[in-house]
Ligand binder design. Structure first.
Ligand SMILES: Nc1ncnc2c1ncn2[C@@H]1O[C@H](COP(=O)(O)OP(=O)(O)OP(=O)(O)O)[C@@H](O)[C@H]1O
Ligand SMILES: [Mg+2]
Length: 270
């Protein structure tokens, strides 16, 4: 089937480095060409943001990223009137800009946003693809190249903070996890400058710590933290110090758990 929209040729742009885990790149491209919104779910630091940056560059689209939080209102996304030299002027928010430009709007940690935000997203994420701006009286029709991408970490979800079925069922969804072992080594080595051989035992340790998720730890060591660790070691920090500062301290404040993690690290890296 012929795609509805044509992507910019890859060679024309410098793509942010991204190693795919599976078919997520073609799924993203297909969702975009079919004008379907996309939901990415997965643990912190596993590559969701990098993936969106990579795909936006690949498709040659402007990217507007918003980190959602519990004070974020619909007006923060759509826009508001501002006072400028005695006049009130309308200023588009990032969602409105993305719709007008036909770019990508990426809402990170969408479950943190307030409920009125979903009211704005609903008409934009079904076949109407419209963004009503009550304040200006406009009703924007999203151009074909506009895409809404949202992400969240299911690990942090509570009953109070979850997406309503009527919201989540508007999205094509992709689950993210940490890359397969050898791919993750390649990513950490490439991002930190440490050799693959030196990264290997760090990743082995990370895998052991990830196995503790749900027991003693809320979240396992992310690819992001592994890159921090490898970068410190590449800069000359002794491995034990680097591991403590990046793969243990950020994970827990509990002294007993910390001690247990130090033991696991010693046994793994010995
Ligand atoms: N598949 C990948 N290809 C290339 N780099 C990756 C990949 N996965 C992770 N990384 C690296 O890990 C870092 C963290 O990833 P990223 O910021 O995309 O995580 P995230 O899933 O968006 O996390 P959060 O949920 O905390 O926002 C990136 O800056 C990048 O260096
Ligand atoms: Mg992110």
């Amino acid at each position: 089937m012929k795609p509805l929209l044509q992507a910019v040729p890859e060679a024309a742009v410098e793509l942010p480095y991204y190693v795919p885990a599976g078919n997520e790149c073609s799924l993203f491209e297909l969702a975009w060409s079919k004008r379907l919104p996309l939901l990415l779910k997965g643990p912190t630091g596993c590559g969701k943001t990098r993936f969106v940056a990579h795909m936006a560059a690949k498709l040659g689209l402007p990217l507007h990223t918003v980190s959602c939080h519990d004070d974020l209102t619909a007006a923060d996304l759509t826009g508001r009137y501002l006072l400028k030299g005695g006049d009130t002027v309308w200023a588009d928010g990032p969602l409105t800009r993305a719709v007008r430009e036909g770019g990508i709007c990426y809402l990170d940690e969408i479950v943190e946003a307030r409920k009125d935000v979903t009211v704005v997203l609903h008409p934009l994420t079904d076949d109407r693809r419209i963004l009503p701006l009550d304040r200006t009286g406009e009703e924007l029709q999203a151009p074909g190249s506009f895409m809404l991408v949202v992400s969240y970490n299911p690990g942090y979800q509570t009953l109070l903070k979850s997406l309503k079925p009527s919201t989540r069922q508007r999205f094509v969804a992709i689950e993210f996890d940490f890359l397969p072992f050898d791919h993750e080594i390649a990513v950490v080595a490439s991002e930190s400058g440490l050799s693959a051989q030196q990264v290997r035992p760090l990743l082995q340790l990370a895998c052991r710590l990830r196995a503790l998720k749900g027991q003693d730890l809320e979240e396992g060591v992310s690819t992001r933290l592994l890159i921090y660790c490898a970068s410190l070691i590449a800069a000359g920090v002794p491995a034990e110090e680097a591991v403590l500062a990046t793969m243990i301290e950020p994970l827990t404040d509990d002294l007993d758990v910390k001690q247990a993690l130090i033991e696991v690290a010693r046994a793994t890296l010995a």
